[in-house]
Design a protein around this ligand. Structure first.
Ligand code: HEC
Ligand code: HEC
Length: 398
């Protein structure tokens, strides 16, 4: 940290330049966005820097702290059973998705000077629990749920799939006879429009910009135009946090919209994993087993078909995949179909599968599919050995 290398000043000047109507050179926005993604934010008050106000409660100082390699990674833990990395967060909510009255929506494991972090994340086996909670016990109705930081490749393509296409697939689902009932998660986009949620494990965010704003609020404690509260996730019950200095400049947000848009441009530019040669026979097994009902081989994108193996819809996968904490309007057993594109990298990295990494292998992940996916799981289990092998080899090559 520290140091005032000349490039930092050059970067600071560039960051202050407004995004022109046509957009800067697209490439430049992406380069700046990448630098901002890696930038470690600082608490307020601090010098003359335009953008600060980290915290008071936060999980990490930069996006890259949790999304370092841009791909899903294993969760580091120490011998005492404490999670030592940032790439898994613990969410809080009651059965209806309302935040805990004291701890808010997420356990923040770090804080600025003078404010106490909320607690520590403990692990036993694959079960993640809060430990050393500093503000008293959770409310009686509060549940906890762990979420892994996902891989970030290919999100620009997913953003380009029109809402109407997703609505059409959901309508088609209503006529299926195999129990699959995907639904669009309609959310407000911050500008009063109803949009199809598609990012995050629960399809909470309709666009990359909205996802960036949520990350600033929840993970970093920094406000933006769409999420103007400078206190981030600290609740009125956390008085030291509410009283701490915040970087709320002249009543404006701590993070300008230019920064949000540049990071979103960078995210949209991260390429998806290349994927294997299409294997028609494996794809046929994937179809007949019913996996493709949710993990759609292709969605219509702006620049052509998006071959990510998702429908971006919410599905109820049953009590075996009950995530505990949830969000308003979404059951704790409902999840957005994750793209299977990039699965080979996740497996090579040794990162777990499913929302909290509870499955170590593809076979384990399939076995945990219940609810709407029960009939597909059963069909997979009773496939002839050679077809099962073909399908698994194909999935592991994605
Ligand atoms: C403390 C760790 C942490 C930090 C810091 C963090 N993220 Fe994340 N990120 C996560 C987790 C966990 C999720 C899954 C959240 C969910 O499903 O609701 C996520 C989800 C995302 C997604 C959605 C991916 C998808 O496939 O749907 C994007 C995009 C993203 N983060 C970008 C960012 C950016 C940009 C920043 C910085 C402004 C950031 N994140 C900061 C942990 C983090
Ligand atoms: C009803 C919809 C549905 C069907 C059918 C379905 N899946 Fe899934 N799949 C999901 C959802 C939703 C998740 C995420 C669940 C979670 O994270 O808890 C998921 C997760 C996965 C994962 C883990 C992905 C990751 O990134 O961690 C794999 C692998 C997978 N499914 C493979 C399959 C295979 C193979 C089949 C067919 C045998 C199948 N799925 C059938 C909806 C479905």
């Amino acid at each position: 940290m520290g140091g005032h290398a000349p490039w930092r000043w050059a970067l600071a000047l560039l960051l202050l330049a407004p995004v022109s109507a046509q957009g800067l050179e697209r490439g430049l926005d992406e380069v700046l966005g990448r630098a901002l993604f890696r930038r470690a934010w600082v608490p307020a008050p601090s010098s003359t820097r335009a953008n600060d106000g980290l915290g008071p409660l936060f999980n990490a100082r930069s996006c890259a702290a949790c999304h370092g390699g841009l791909e899903r990674a294993p969760v580091p833990t120490d011998a005492a059973g404490t999670v030592t990395g940032d790439n898994l967060v613990l969410r809080f909510s009651d059965a209806d998705g309302r935040p805990d009255p004291v701890y808010g929506r997420q356990m923040q494991t770090s804080a600025v000077a003078g404010v106490t972090p909320e607690g520590r994340l403990a692990v036993s086996g694959r079960d993640y629990r809060p430990a050393d909670l500093a503000y008293g016990p959770l409310a009686p109705g509060t549940r906890t749920g762990a979420l892994l930081a996902p891989s970030l490749g290919g999100l620009g393509e997913l953003e380009s799939v029109p809402d109407e296409a997703l609505a059409a697939i959901a309508a088609e689902n209503g006529r299926r006879d195999d129990g699959v009932r995907g639904r669009v998660r309609w959310v407000e986009d911050g500008q009063g429009r109803r949009r199809a949620g598609r990012f995050g494990w629960k399809a909470s965010q309709p666009s990359l910009a909205a996802q960036v704003e949520t990350a600033f609020a929840l993970d970093l404690g920094l406000s933006t135009a769409g999420r103007p509260q400078p206190e981030g996730d600290c609740t009125p019950a956390q008085s030291a946090c509410r009283a701490a200095p915040m970087g709320d400049r002249n009543g404006g947000p701590e993070i300008s919209q230019d920064i949000v848009l540049r990071i979103a441009a960078y995210l949209a530019s991260i390429e998806p994993a290349p994927g294997p040669e299409p294997d028609r026979r494996a794809l046929a097994v994937f179809e007949k087993t019913g996996c493709a009902a949710c993990h759609r081989a292709s969605l219509p994108g702006k620049a052509g078909p998006v071959r990510a193996f998702t429908d971006l819809l919410l599905h109820d996968l049953g009590p075996g995949l009950d995530g505990g904490a949830t969000e308003p309007g979404v059951a704790s057993t409902e999840w957005r179909t994750p793209p299977l594109r990039g699965l080979s990298r996740t497996l090579t990295n040794g990162a777990g599968l499913l929302h909290d990494g509870r499955a170590a292998t593809v076979e384990e992940a399939i076995a945990l599919h219940g609810g709407e996916a029960s009939s597909s799981r059963n069909r997979f289990m009773s496939l002839p050995e050679a077809e099962k092998r073909r399908l698994l080899d194909f999935l592991k090559s994605l």
